[in-house]
Design a protein around this ligand. Sequence first.
Ligand code: 13P
Ligand code: SF4
Length: 351
Amino acid sequence: MPVLSPKRDQLRERLETRLAGVVPDFEIAIKAEVAEEVELLKRETGAVVLGHNYMEPALFHSVCDHTGDSLELARIAAETTADPIVFCGVRFMAETAKILNPERTVLLPAKEAGCSLASSITAADVRALRKAYPGIPIVAYINTYADVKAEVDVCCTSGNARRVIESLGSDQVIFVPDEFLARNVARETGVEILVPTVGEVRAGELPVMTGDGMVGWAGRCEVHEQFTTADIDSARAQFPDVTVLAHPECSPEVVAAADVSGSTSEMIRHVRESGGGRYLLLTECAMGDNIASEIGGGEILRLCSVRCPHMNEITLENVRDALLNFEQRIELDEELRVRAKASIDRMLAIG
Ligand code: 13P
Ligand code: SF4
Protein backbone atom coordinates (compact mmCIF):
# COMPACT_ATOMS: atom_id res chain seq x y z
CA MET A 1 0.00 0.00 0.00
CA PRO A 2 1.48 3.42 -0.90
CA VAL A 3 2.51 5.72 1.95
CA LEU A 4 0.33 8.82 1.83
CA SER A 5 1.77 12.27 2.43
CA PRO A 6 0.12 14.07 5.42
CA LYS A 7 -1.68 16.49 3.02
CA ARG A 8 -2.98 13.69 0.85
CA ASP A 9 -4.07 11.90 4.01
CA GLN A 10 -6.02 14.98 5.15
CA LEU A 11 -7.58 15.42 1.72
CA ARG A 12 -8.58 11.79 1.64
CA GLU A 13 -10.12 12.01 5.12
CA ARG A 14 -12.08 15.12 4.11
CA LEU A 15 -13.34 13.42 0.96
CA GLU A 16 -14.24 10.26 2.87
CA THR A 17 -16.33 12.28 5.32
CA ARG A 18 -18.05 14.28 2.60
CA LEU A 19 -18.56 11.50 0.09
CA ALA A 20 -19.35 8.45 2.20
CA GLY A 21 -22.09 6.48 0.45
CA VAL A 22 -21.86 8.70 -2.65
CA VAL A 23 -18.46 7.78 -4.15
CA PRO A 24 -16.90 4.31 -3.62
CA ASP A 25 -13.85 4.19 -1.28
CA PHE A 26 -11.42 3.05 -3.99
CA GLU A 27 -12.44 6.03 -6.15
CA ILE A 28 -12.03 8.45 -3.24
CA ALA A 29 -8.45 7.20 -2.82
CA ILE A 30 -7.71 7.84 -6.51
CA LYS A 31 -9.41 11.24 -6.48
CA ALA A 32 -7.48 12.29 -3.35
CA GLU A 33 -4.21 11.64 -5.19
CA VAL A 34 -5.28 13.76 -8.16
CA ALA A 35 -6.57 16.47 -5.81
CA GLU A 36 -3.17 16.63 -4.13
CA GLU A 37 -1.50 17.07 -7.54
CA VAL A 38 -3.90 19.93 -8.27
CA GLU A 39 -3.14 21.55 -4.89
CA LEU A 40 0.57 21.39 -5.69
CA LEU A 41 0.02 22.98 -9.11
CA LYS A 42 -2.14 25.68 -7.55
CA ARG A 43 0.68 26.61 -5.18
CA GLU A 44 3.22 26.62 -8.04
CA THR A 45 1.11 28.72 -10.41
CA GLY A 46 -0.87 30.95 -7.99
CA ALA A 47 -4.13 29.73 -9.49
CA VAL A 48 -7.56 30.15 -7.98
CA VAL A 49 -10.14 27.46 -8.72
CA LEU A 50 -13.81 28.47 -9.00
CA GLY A 51 -16.35 25.64 -9.03
CA HIS A 52 -20.02 25.69 -9.96
CA ASN A 53 -22.43 23.85 -7.64
CA TYR A 54 -22.86 21.14 -10.32
CA MET A 55 -19.25 19.94 -10.20
CA GLU A 56 -18.69 16.26 -9.51
CA PRO A 57 -18.56 15.62 -5.73
CA ALA A 58 -14.83 14.79 -5.49
CA LEU A 59 -13.92 18.01 -7.29
CA PHE A 60 -16.51 20.14 -5.50
CA HIS A 61 -15.23 19.06 -2.06
CA SER A 62 -11.49 19.17 -2.70
CA VAL A 63 -9.66 21.77 -4.80
CA CYS A 64 -12.26 24.53 -5.30
CA ASP A 65 -11.31 27.78 -3.54
CA HIS A 66 -14.83 29.10 -4.11
CA THR A 67 -18.04 27.33 -5.05
CA GLY A 68 -21.40 28.86 -5.91
CA ASP A 69 -24.09 29.62 -8.46
CA SER A 70 -23.54 31.73 -11.59
CA LEU A 71 -24.12 35.02 -9.80
CA GLU A 72 -21.84 34.25 -6.86
CA LEU A 73 -19.08 33.02 -9.17
CA ALA A 74 -19.41 36.10 -11.41
CA ARG A 75 -19.03 38.30 -8.31
CA ILE A 76 -15.99 36.33 -7.13
CA ALA A 77 -14.50 36.51 -10.64
CA ALA A 78 -14.98 40.29 -10.54
CA GLU A 79 -13.12 40.53 -7.21
CA THR A 80 -10.32 37.98 -7.41
CA THR A 81 -6.74 39.12 -8.03
CA ALA A 82 -5.44 35.59 -8.64
CA ASP A 83 -3.92 34.57 -11.96
CA PRO A 84 -4.69 32.12 -13.54
CA ILE A 85 -8.38 31.53 -12.86
CA VAL A 86 -9.42 27.92 -13.44
CA PHE A 87 -13.15 27.87 -14.08
CA CYS A 88 -14.83 24.58 -13.25
CA GLY A 89 -18.13 25.14 -14.98
CA VAL A 90 -19.23 25.64 -18.58
CA ARG A 91 -17.88 27.92 -21.29
CA PHE A 92 -20.25 30.87 -20.79
CA MET A 93 -19.19 31.01 -17.12
CA ALA A 94 -15.48 30.96 -17.96
CA GLU A 95 -16.12 33.62 -20.62
CA THR A 96 -17.78 35.79 -17.97
CA ALA A 97 -14.64 35.48 -15.81
CA LYS A 98 -12.48 36.49 -18.80
CA ILE A 99 -14.76 39.42 -19.69
CA LEU A 100 -14.21 40.71 -16.16
CA ASN A 101 -10.46 39.90 -16.08
CA PRO A 102 -8.99 40.60 -19.52
CA GLU A 103 -5.40 40.75 -18.27
CA ARG A 104 -5.53 37.35 -16.61
CA THR A 105 -5.44 33.82 -17.92
CA VAL A 106 -8.78 32.02 -17.61
CA LEU A 107 -8.65 28.26 -18.10
CA LEU A 108 -11.68 26.06 -18.87
CA PRO A 109 -10.59 22.46 -18.17
CA ALA A 110 -12.77 20.99 -20.98
CA LYS A 111 -13.16 23.01 -24.13
CA GLU A 112 -16.31 21.07 -25.08
CA ALA A 113 -18.26 22.24 -22.01
CA GLY A 114 -21.12 24.10 -23.71
CA CYS A 115 -24.75 24.78 -22.75
CA SER A 116 -27.97 24.22 -24.74
CA LEU A 117 -29.27 27.63 -23.71
CA ALA A 118 -26.13 29.51 -24.73
CA SER A 119 -26.09 27.80 -28.13
CA SER A 120 -29.79 28.51 -28.78
CA ILE A 121 -29.29 32.16 -29.75
CA THR A 122 -26.87 34.24 -31.83
CA ALA A 123 -25.88 37.90 -31.84
CA ALA A 124 -27.75 38.28 -35.17
CA ASP A 125 -30.93 36.97 -33.47
CA VAL A 126 -30.63 39.67 -30.80
CA ARG A 127 -30.15 42.34 -33.48
CA ALA A 128 -33.29 41.05 -35.25
CA LEU A 129 -35.28 41.32 -32.01
CA ARG A 130 -33.95 44.85 -31.41
CA LYS A 131 -34.97 45.86 -34.94
CA ALA A 132 -38.45 44.33 -34.58
CA TYR A 133 -39.09 45.81 -31.13
CA PRO A 134 -37.17 49.13 -31.11
CA GLY A 135 -36.75 50.85 -27.76
CA ILE A 136 -37.60 47.78 -25.65
CA PRO A 137 -34.75 46.86 -23.27
CA ILE A 138 -33.17 43.44 -23.80
CA VAL A 139 -32.12 41.27 -20.87
CA ALA A 140 -29.87 38.23 -21.45
CA TYR A 141 -29.64 35.33 -19.07
CA ILE A 142 -25.98 34.85 -18.16
CA ASN A 143 -26.20 31.47 -19.97
CA THR A 144 -25.23 33.17 -23.24
CA TYR A 145 -21.95 33.65 -25.10
CA ALA A 146 -20.01 36.92 -25.12
CA ASP A 147 -21.26 37.98 -28.58
CA VAL A 148 -24.87 37.84 -27.35
CA LYS A 149 -24.01 39.65 -24.10
CA ALA A 150 -22.39 42.34 -26.25
CA GLU A 151 -25.73 43.06 -28.00
CA VAL A 152 -28.02 43.30 -24.96
CA ASP A 153 -28.65 45.95 -22.33
CA VAL A 154 -28.12 43.95 -19.17
CA CYS A 155 -27.47 40.39 -18.00
CA CYS A 156 -29.15 38.44 -15.22
CA THR A 157 -28.86 35.05 -13.57
CA SER A 158 -31.46 32.71 -12.09
CA GLY A 159 -30.71 34.36 -8.72
CA ASN A 160 -31.60 37.92 -9.77
CA ALA A 161 -33.75 37.72 -12.95
CA ARG A 162 -36.80 39.37 -11.41
CA ARG A 163 -34.75 42.08 -9.68
CA VAL A 164 -32.90 42.92 -12.92
CA ILE A 165 -36.12 43.12 -14.94
CA GLU A 166 -37.83 45.28 -12.31
CA SER A 167 -34.79 47.58 -12.13
CA LEU A 168 -35.39 48.56 -15.77
CA GLY A 169 -38.65 50.30 -14.91
CA SER A 170 -40.03 49.35 -18.32
CA ASP A 171 -43.49 47.91 -19.01
CA GLN A 172 -42.08 45.92 -21.92
CA VAL A 173 -38.95 43.76 -21.75
CA ILE A 174 -37.27 41.28 -24.10
CA PHE A 175 -35.78 38.36 -22.22
CA VAL A 176 -33.47 35.80 -23.93
CA PRO A 177 -32.81 32.90 -24.32
CA ASP A 178 -34.48 30.76 -21.63
CA GLU A 179 -38.18 30.44 -22.41
CA PHE A 180 -38.99 28.71 -19.12
CA LEU A 181 -37.10 31.18 -16.93
CA ALA A 182 -38.91 34.01 -18.77
CA ARG A 183 -42.29 32.30 -18.34
CA ASN A 184 -41.57 31.73 -14.64
CA VAL A 185 -40.71 35.40 -14.09
CA ALA A 186 -43.80 36.45 -16.10
CA ARG A 187 -45.97 34.17 -13.98
CA GLU A 188 -44.48 35.53 -10.74
CA THR A 189 -44.96 39.13 -11.77
CA GLY A 190 -48.33 38.58 -13.47
CA VAL A 191 -47.34 39.91 -16.92
CA GLU A 192 -48.18 38.59 -20.39
CA ILE A 193 -45.44 36.84 -22.36
CA LEU A 194 -45.07 36.32 -26.08
CA VAL A 195 -42.53 33.74 -27.31
CA PRO A 196 -41.93 33.92 -31.08
CA THR A 197 -40.51 30.84 -32.78
CA VAL A 198 -36.85 30.97 -33.75
CA GLY A 199 -38.01 30.64 -37.40
CA GLU A 200 -40.22 33.72 -37.07
CA VAL A 201 -37.32 35.80 -35.71
CA ARG A 202 -34.90 34.61 -38.38
CA ALA A 203 -37.46 35.28 -41.13
CA GLY A 204 -38.15 38.74 -39.70
CA GLU A 205 -41.82 37.82 -39.23
CA LEU A 206 -42.31 38.76 -35.61
CA PRO A 207 -45.70 39.08 -33.95
CA VAL A 208 -46.61 42.63 -32.99
CA MET A 209 -46.40 43.45 -29.31
CA THR A 210 -49.51 45.39 -28.46
CA GLY A 211 -49.54 45.71 -24.68
CA ASP A 212 -47.23 45.53 -21.68
CA GLY A 213 -45.30 42.36 -20.97
CA MET A 214 -42.34 40.27 -22.05
CA VAL A 215 -41.02 38.87 -25.31
CA GLY A 216 -39.16 35.61 -24.74
CA TRP A 217 -36.99 33.29 -26.80
CA ALA A 218 -37.58 29.59 -27.44
CA GLY A 219 -34.36 28.34 -25.79
CA ARG A 220 -34.43 25.49 -23.28
CA CYS A 221 -32.06 23.88 -20.83
CA GLU A 222 -31.73 20.31 -22.08
CA VAL A 223 -31.53 19.10 -18.46
CA HIS A 224 -34.29 21.02 -16.69
CA GLU A 225 -36.82 20.70 -19.51
CA GLN A 226 -36.91 16.95 -18.80
CA PHE A 227 -38.50 17.23 -15.35
CA THR A 228 -42.28 16.78 -15.29
CA THR A 229 -45.10 17.21 -12.81
CA ALA A 230 -45.44 13.39 -12.94
CA ASP A 231 -41.95 13.21 -11.32
CA ILE A 232 -43.23 15.40 -8.50
CA ASP A 233 -46.49 13.45 -8.12
CA SER A 234 -44.58 10.18 -7.97
CA ALA A 235 -42.18 11.50 -5.28
CA ARG A 236 -45.06 12.90 -3.22
CA ALA A 237 -46.98 9.61 -3.47
CA GLN A 238 -43.98 7.69 -2.13
CA PHE A 239 -42.75 10.31 0.36
CA PRO A 240 -45.61 12.57 1.49
CA ASP A 241 -43.22 14.67 3.63
CA VAL A 242 -40.88 15.52 0.72
CA THR A 243 -40.00 19.15 -0.01
CA VAL A 244 -39.64 19.66 -3.76
CA LEU A 245 -37.12 22.23 -5.00
CA ALA A 246 -37.07 23.16 -8.69
CA HIS A 247 -34.59 25.31 -10.58
CA PRO A 248 -36.38 28.11 -12.51
CA GLU A 249 -35.08 26.63 -15.80
CA CYS A 250 -37.79 23.96 -15.25
CA SER A 251 -41.16 24.44 -16.94
CA PRO A 252 -43.71 26.76 -15.27
CA GLU A 253 -45.91 23.71 -14.52
CA VAL A 254 -43.05 22.03 -12.65
CA VAL A 255 -42.09 25.21 -10.80
CA ALA A 256 -45.75 25.76 -9.81
CA ALA A 257 -46.00 22.20 -8.49
CA ALA A 258 -42.75 22.51 -6.47
CA ASP A 259 -42.52 23.93 -2.94
CA VAL A 260 -39.45 26.10 -3.58
CA SER A 261 -37.80 27.52 -6.69
CA GLY A 262 -34.45 29.25 -6.82
CA SER A 263 -30.92 29.32 -8.15
CA THR A 264 -28.64 26.40 -7.34
CA SER A 265 -27.22 28.21 -4.28
CA GLU A 266 -30.68 29.23 -3.12
CA MET A 267 -31.70 25.58 -3.23
CA ILE A 268 -28.59 24.58 -1.26
CA ARG A 269 -29.24 27.28 1.35
CA HIS A 270 -32.85 26.13 1.73
CA VAL A 271 -31.74 22.54 2.36
CA ARG A 272 -28.96 23.61 4.77
CA GLU A 273 -31.17 25.96 6.73
CA SER A 274 -34.21 23.72 7.03
CA GLY A 275 -31.95 20.60 7.50
CA GLY A 276 -32.94 17.09 8.44
CA GLY A 277 -35.95 16.67 6.13
CA ARG A 278 -36.44 14.86 2.84
CA TYR A 279 -35.86 16.82 -0.35
CA LEU A 280 -36.30 16.25 -4.08
CA LEU A 281 -33.94 18.43 -6.10
CA LEU A 282 -35.10 19.03 -9.66
CA THR A 283 -31.74 20.05 -11.04
CA GLU A 284 -28.42 18.50 -12.09
CA CYS A 285 -27.95 15.37 -10.03
CA ALA A 286 -24.39 16.00 -8.77
CA MET A 287 -25.66 18.87 -6.64
CA GLY A 288 -27.68 16.45 -4.52
CA ASP A 289 -24.54 14.40 -3.92
CA ASN A 290 -22.64 17.55 -2.96
CA ILE A 291 -25.02 18.48 -0.15
CA ALA A 292 -26.12 14.99 0.93
CA SER A 293 -23.37 14.78 3.56
CA GLU A 294 -24.43 18.06 5.16
CA ILE A 295 -27.96 17.24 6.14
CA GLY A 296 -27.48 14.84 9.02
CA GLY A 297 -30.56 12.66 9.35
CA GLY A 298 -32.15 14.05 6.18
CA GLU A 299 -32.37 12.54 2.72
CA ILE A 300 -31.85 13.93 -0.76
CA LEU A 301 -33.93 12.34 -3.51
CA ARG A 302 -32.80 13.09 -7.05
CA LEU A 303 -33.45 11.95 -10.56
CA CYS A 304 -30.01 10.89 -11.68
CA SER A 305 -31.04 9.93 -15.18
CA VAL A 306 -31.04 13.68 -15.84
CA ARG A 307 -27.45 14.92 -16.13
CA CYS A 308 -25.80 17.94 -17.73
CA PRO A 309 -23.33 16.47 -20.23
CA HIS A 310 -21.46 19.77 -20.38
CA MET A 311 -20.90 20.26 -16.65
CA ASN A 312 -19.92 16.60 -16.50
CA GLU A 313 -17.00 17.27 -18.84
CA ILE A 314 -15.11 18.88 -15.96
CA THR A 315 -13.17 16.47 -13.76
CA LEU A 316 -10.31 16.64 -11.26
CA GLU A 317 -8.13 15.03 -13.91
CA ASN A 318 -8.71 17.71 -16.55
CA VAL A 319 -8.33 20.47 -13.93
CA ARG A 320 -4.88 19.04 -13.27
CA ASP A 321 -4.14 18.87 -17.01
CA ALA A 322 -5.34 22.45 -17.55
CA LEU A 323 -2.89 23.64 -14.88
CA LEU A 324 -0.08 21.54 -16.33
CA ASN A 325 -0.56 22.62 -19.96
CA PHE A 326 -2.25 26.04 -19.76
CA GLU A 327 -3.98 25.09 -23.01
CA GLN A 328 -7.70 25.61 -22.60
CA ARG A 329 -7.48 29.40 -22.44
CA ILE A 330 -10.48 31.62 -23.01
CA GLU A 331 -9.66 34.30 -25.59
CA LEU A 332 -12.06 37.08 -26.63
CA ASP A 333 -12.04 39.88 -29.16
CA GLU A 334 -11.37 43.08 -27.18
CA GLU A 335 -14.10 45.24 -28.74
CA LEU A 336 -16.69 42.52 -28.13
CA ARG A 337 -15.41 41.93 -24.58
CA VAL A 338 -15.83 45.60 -23.67
CA ARG A 339 -19.44 45.63 -24.91
CA ALA A 340 -20.23 42.35 -23.15
CA LYS A 341 -18.70 43.70 -19.93
CA ALA A 342 -21.08 46.65 -19.92
CA SER A 343 -24.06 44.24 -19.68
CA ILE A 344 -22.44 42.26 -16.87
CA ASP A 345 -21.38 45.42 -14.99
CA ARG A 346 -24.97 46.70 -15.13
CA MET A 347 -26.16 43.45 -13.58
CA LEU A 348 -23.46 43.47 -10.85
CA ALA A 349 -24.34 47.08 -9.97
CA ILE A 350 -27.95 46.08 -9.31
CA GLY A 351 -26.82 44.07 -6.27
P1 13P B 1 -27.36 28.84 -11.33
O1 13P B 1 -26.98 30.23 -11.64
O2 13P B 1 -28.64 28.74 -10.58
O3 13P B 1 -26.23 28.14 -10.62
O4 13P B 1 -27.66 28.06 -12.67
C1 13P B 1 -26.72 27.83 -13.66
C2 13P B 1 -27.15 26.77 -14.57
O5 13P B 1 -26.59 26.59 -15.63
C3 13P B 1 -28.27 25.95 -14.16
O6 13P B 1 -28.50 24.98 -15.09
FE1 SF4 C 1 -26.75 24.76 -19.60
FE2 SF4 C 1 -28.70 23.30 -18.58
FE3 SF4 C 1 -26.22 22.43 -18.40
FE4 SF4 C 1 -27.04 24.55 -16.92
S1 SF4 C 1 -27.73 22.44 -16.77
S2 SF4 C 1 -25.14 24.39 -18.12
S3 SF4 C 1 -28.46 25.52 -18.38
S4 SF4 C 1 -27.39 22.73 -20.31
